[in-house]
Design a protein around this ligand. Structure first.
Ligand code: 3PG
Ligand code: MG
Length: 397
């Protein structure tokens, strides 16, 4: 890895600008899930213990270059204080200019400073050099700990990294290490599980994966599109019929690359899209015209378990069925638990991330059994697509 880490930096007496991703859900002014806040604690603690003064740069939501009070990071302050128990946490009403400079000057040893939402300035998302320079002027060293925002080439994630001595924070390091182990230089064979509703949103991802993994398990609504592509009827199931040709292209590419694609041999069908809807298991070749496929069936789950057993590395994105509606979470739960069991036995390295995935694995009670769960959504997907992430690239110099 070409980027530096905190171990390579002399932080003593330095103002250390740390880009974090604390883009957490906020309801009525309160943080409802502090996971992303807890994840930045090791980096902040490390900077303090090496005598540096941590100044946090972050965004919240998408204010689009304007000051939107409902998107103020001030709302995150109580949760940040409790995560950094015992530390004084200061706040500045602007991330650049006089308010920010004064707040930095007021910091005492051991203090942490959070600056207001970087996206309140239009220059942030434009990666405006002036904005990057204004941010850089506040400190001596730049640490990027926001892997989950690294797919954005913004002033606080990309531009600034070119203006100051820069390195990866502990969370960024952990993410990159886990992802490297899953797709960069994995122990083979590798199985990828890709689920979710639509093939159209995951085309690049599937195209990249078939060239990199030995087994690809396709689930969720996406699997229906592949069944249609093979000439099967899927009744009223969610499926993108206009993507059939594209799906056939992916199947052909996989064959050429020696990647085995696993589609469900049996499926769970229902007539209504709701929890506890009356349901039955049928062969994937026998979906009635008035039914919809809401989950993979027991044979499909058994096949997935067998594939997991033959593999050494698993990368997972997206649920296998309509996991938010019981009992159509069964396949996702069973496969997730199998992955956790093999991981615990030291037989599998398992990495998961992206959007609904973490929610689905948490619901299965299996998330803590995975080797690594990424907190990233869009960045995890772009990385799975094989794209370079600007925030990571900017550290590579
Ligand atoms: C995220 O929540 O995935 C990151 O914080 C990036 O947010 P964005 O999608 O608004 O750029
Ligand atoms: Mg988002």
């Amino acid at each position: 890895m070409a980027w530096k880490t905190l171990d390579d930096m002399d932080l003593k007496g330095k103002v250390v600008l740390i880009r974090v991703d604390i883009n957490v859900p906020v309801e009525n002014g309160r943080v409802t899930d502090a996971t992303r806040i807890e994840k930045i604690v090791p980096t902040v603690a490390d900077v303090v213990s090496r005598g540096g003064k941590p100044v946090l740069l972050a965004h919240l939501d998408r204010p689009k270059g304007k000051v939107v009070p409902e998107m103020s990071l001030r709302q995150v302050l109580p949760a940040l204080k409790s995560a950094l128990a015992g530390r004084r946490v200061l706040f500045a009403d602007d991330c650049i200019g006089a308010p920010a400079k004064q707040a930095v000057a007021a910091m005492e040893r051991g203090d942490v400073l959070l600056l207001e939402n970087t996206r309140f300035h239009p220059g942030e998302e434009k990666n405006d050099p002036m904005m990057a320079a204004s941010l850089a002027a506040l400190g001596d060293i730049y640490v990027n700990d926001a892997f989950s925002a690294a797919h954005r080439a913004h002033a606080s994630t990309e531009g600034i990294a070119r203006l100051l001595p820069a390195c990866a924070g502990r969370l960024m390091q952990a993410e990159l290490k886990a992802l490297e182990a899953a797709l960069g230089k994995p122990v083979r064979p590798v199985v990828a599980v890709v689920g979710g509703a639509k093939v159209s949103t995951k085309l690049d991802l599937l195209g990249n994966l078939v060239g990199k993994v030995e087994h690809l398990v396709i689930g969720g609504g996406m699997a229906n599109t592949f069944l249609v592509a093979q000439g099967l009827e899927v009744g009223r199931s969610l499926a993108e019929r206009d993507m059939a040709e594209t799906a056939r292209g992916i199947l052909a590419k996989a064959r050429a690359a020696g990647c085995t694609i696993h589609l469900p041999a049996d499926v769970v069908i229902a007539r209504e899209f709701k929890a506890q809807a009356a349901n039955e298991v049928v062969a994937a070749t026998a979906c009635p015209p008035d039914a919809m496929i809401l989950d993979a069936g027991p044979q499909a789950v058994a096949n997935i378990a067998r594939v997991f057993e033959t593999c050494r590395t698993l990368i997972w994105n997206g649920p296998l069925g309509a996991f938010e509606l019981e009992p159509f979470d069964a396949a996702t739960n069973a496969a997730a638990r199998k992955a956790a069991e093999l991981t615990a036995a030291g037989k599998l390295v398992s990495v998961a991330g992206g959007g609904d995935t973490v929610a689905a694995l948490n619901k299965a009670g299996a998330a803590s059994g995975f080797s690594y769960i990424s907190t990233a959504g869009g960045a995890f997907l772009e990385w799975m697509e094989g794209k370079a992430l600007p925030g990571v690239e900017a550290l590579n110099q």
